[in-house]
Design a protein around this ligand. Sequence first.
Ligand code: FEH
Ligand code: ZN
Ligand code: ZN
Length: 358
Amino acid sequence: MTTVRKSGALRLTAWGAPPRLVDLEVPVPRDTEVLIRVEAAGICQSDLHVLDAAADHLPYPVPFTLGHEVAGHVAAAGPAATGIAVGERFAVYGPWGCGQCGRCAIGHDNYCDRRGSLSWSGAGLGRDGGMAEHMLVPDRRYLVPIGDLDAAQAAPLTDAGLTPYHAIAALTGKLREGTTVAVIGVGGLGHLAIQILKAITPSRVLAVDVRDDALELAHRSGADLTTLTRPDSGKVLRAATEGTGVDAVFDFVGNDETLALGARALRAGGDLVRVGSGGGQLTITKPGPLPQGGTLSLPFWGTQPELHAVIALARTGRLRVETELFPLSAAHSALDRLRAGRIRGRAVLVPTGPGELP
Ligand code: FEH
Ligand code: ZN
Ligand code: ZN
């Protein structure tokens, strides 16, 4: 009698319904696919946006397994998956594109030319992801070696690390000695943004958040100044730069208040970088909220080469992800705590094995 091996997975089975922990057959990798035994999967605010989406809001076909921040080791590989060995440990690059366009050809899948017509945004976003014991990755090119890096550190770096790294890398030419940067929102992405800024730029970093414990995390992450969000926060940030304003603002919240604060705090020629999708609006007029020469950018996730750079930075010990670990079976409580704003740093699921299913 053949024993069918089972594998737990957290799946969105219907729009607007809570995700379900189900038992699936372990997938079999074909062609260039690689089967990963998941060691860790981060939980992102975007997962909440997916779970809260109305049926016709996203092009994703349900059901699918959630999880776009994944690390683990190779369990098996398809016949055309070359240069890979069982047991090798990897972080998974998540924003899978079409795989054929000019952007995907150079590993910039996050800006795939066909993204608007795809029925997915990436792993765990319309395609089966890694909030599971196993995950199929379409191709070896989406895997970044992590050596002996702890998977619960590596997994969040594939999004909470890669996204700020991508946003910061676009400005490194401007963030020279003597510049000052504000980071608004010190959560999963913000605390790593502070560490990345301190690691790859000479800028002073000012951190802003509504929570005292987040400012404590900002301080531990290397922020040079921390301040609670208040009506006069723009003045505080301007005062911290002798009145000139900050050279760049990275807004990891993205609500009306933080966008307006970011615009107010900017120096002439400064850059407002909106990363958070907090539903905020900023009407750009001229003259208007942005200073003369000011720019607004909307970076999305990051590139494959940048994920290699983030993992390399982490392996030198210069990035430390603040995490709260949960077994896969506690995924619902982890999601509830994220929704209630009661996760410090990043919530990470650790799928330990079949025994943990309820
Ligand atoms: C993923 C999919 C769609 C929107 C935003 C995201 C982010 O979590 C990726 O960093
Ligand atoms: Zn995400
Ligand atoms: Zn593409």
